[in-house]
Design a protein around this ligand. Structure first.
Ligand code: HEM
Length: 148
């Protein structure tokens, strides 16, 4: 895959996560339970979009990195491992749990505890992906290293 396709896949995955995060916060803070349940349902549907983009970003990144070495690449690989683990072990199970509980009208302490964890880990994901974006631009030689 060409670097531009890799960058678009990564950026799209970031936008999808930012959309999940914002719609969750807006519905929780300003809207009622029905809207929260609708958002939770849409997020589970949206996973079918997010997961392929994320896999494409990671897969193409590792493919692009095959012929290269260096600390920038090592950092990106380590971050991607954390992003993947967070996604599979926290974000996807949380989205499914929250959707199930919201659909059943169970907005209890467990719901809000998981909701807070999901929001926090969502920010972590966005930060890690943003760092990979930044290092990607450096790897592509589009950012000059600082003079000092
Ligand atoms: C969500 C995760 C990721 C995002 C958002 C991301 C983003 C980017 C961006 C924006 C570029 C610059 C492309 C350009 O300007 O042409 C790039 C380049 C690159 N990325 Fe990633 N990346 C991610 C994951 C990875 C991973 C896991 C690896 C490999 C281990 C990787 C390896 C590379 C390489 C080698 C380049 C340079 C390509 C070249 O110009 O030859 N990326 N990435």
């Amino acid at each position: 895959m060409k670097p531009i396709a890799h960058a678009i896949a990564g950026a799209t995955a970031m936008l999808i996560i930012a959309g999940f995060w914002t719609s969750t916060l807006v519905s929780e803070l300003f809207l009622g339970h029905a809207a929260v349940a609708a958002v939770k349902h849409a997020i589970v549907d949206g996973l079918f979009l997010l997961v392929p983009f994320m896999a494409a970003a990671g897969g193409s990144g590792f493919a692009l990195g095959k012929t290269r070495k260096g600390w920038l690449l090592d950092r990106k690989k380590k971050r991607m491992a954390i992003i993947g683990a967070n996604g599979l072990l926290v974000m996807i199970p949380a989205a499914i749990f929250l959707n199930g509980n919201a659909a059943a009208g169970e907005f209890d302490a467990a719901f809000y505890a998981v909701q807070i964890v999901e929001l926090i880990v969502g920010v972590v994901q966005l930060i890690l992906m943003g760092m990979n974006f930044h290092d990607g631009i450096k790897l592509a030689g589009r950012l000059r290293p600082r003079a000092n």
